[in-house]
Design a binder for this molecule. Sequence first.
Ligand SMILES: NC(=O)c1ccc[n+]([C@@H]2O[C@H](COP(=O)([O-])OP(=O)(O)OC[C@H]3O[C@@H](n4cnc5c(N)ncnc54)[C@H](OP(=O)(O)O)[C@@H]3O)[C@@H](O)[C@H]2O)c1
Length: 348
Amino acid sequence: MAADQVSNKGVILKRYVTGFPTEDDMEVVTSGFSLAVPPGNPTAVLVKNLYLSCDPYMRNRMSKHDDDSATYIEDFVPGEVLAGFAVSKVVASGNPDFKEGDLVWGLAGCEEYSLIAHPEYLFKISHPELPLSYYTGVLGMPGLTAYAGFLDVAKPKKGDYVFVSAASGAVGQLVGQLAKISGCYVVGSAGSDEKVNLLKNKFGFDDAFNYKKEHDLKAALKRCFPEGIDIYFESVGGAMLDAVLLNMRKHSRIAVSGLISQYNLEQPEGAPNLFCLVAKRIRMEGFIVGDYFGSYQKFEEEMVGYLKEGKITYVEDIVEGIDKVPEALIGLFSGRNVGKQLVAIARE
Ligand SMILES: NC(=O)c1ccc[n+]([C@@H]2O[C@H](COP(=O)([O-])OP(=O)(O)OC[C@H]3O[C@@H](n4cnc5c(N)ncnc54)[C@H](OP(=O)(O)O)[C@@H]3O)[C@@H](O)[C@H]2O)c1
């Protein structure tokens, strides 16, 4: 290996995925990585990745979309390293905005070292005094998702009744806490008693339930919201969405962040109660966090303030080593993660 070459382990997609992904759909491979800025790309940034983020949207990129009308991002390419959000340290840069030693977060690869050809989704870390891993979560993409989706799309008012599904996860735990800061009453659902306990006793939700133990979701929601729901922060879809529709109030809002229960289905389910949108004049609006990256700095300062004042707390599920990426990634779809799932692959 040449003097400026290092070995680089990365996770590739072996084949396009249909149905539930398995570890065997991915493979950890080793290649060489040059630590010099390539002459053909003089403004590239080279980074050493410290933490890799596991995010549900990555499943969408593992499928082949012949018709791109139902997606918003390119499919992964079999044989290539998966793209993903990471917290990283710059090891070389031809870009005037980044220099060697900078700590950054943004879109990189699921690998030890990444060459970032177009660093438009790379942000400098302004608060290294906080855990750097937070930039995969509360101070990164999921944090901005919770912030923008709840405050800008759902537009809470003091006293609103708010329901959050997948509530203990990377996004959901923050939506619940932002709802409390906004003066709302908030209930969350999650898939285990351990997670329900976190919602009530760590994140300050007013109430929570284990949806896997409820045989009638409509009745469970009625029990938690006898007067109905003003805001539903949607991450799940399917039967949960359908039960929520029946419990929404007139002129209520649904901010659609994701539909994780549908991501591994070959035939997505419908929502038989969709007419509730008409009958109750509900505003249902989807959003993509990428549209809010322009307001990242404002979000970061506000969220850092909440963390430092103890108004927001954050739970992470950290596994060690790049070999763990496939297992951690697919664990999102069985609820194995407790809090934000990430993989630590190097220390600074
Ligand atoms: N719109 C955007 O820009 C944007 C950005 C980021 C994330 N998102 C979306 O936000 C949602 C949450 O993402 P996250 O990063 O915070 O993930 P997460 O909640 O940390 O992890 C995923 C969780 O989803 C739950 N889940 C998995 N399969 C399920 C199913 N079939 N039915 C019900 N719940 C299921 C599991 O929790 P339980 O144990 O509680 O079931 C699992 O732990 C996802 O839908 C994601 O696509 C959207």
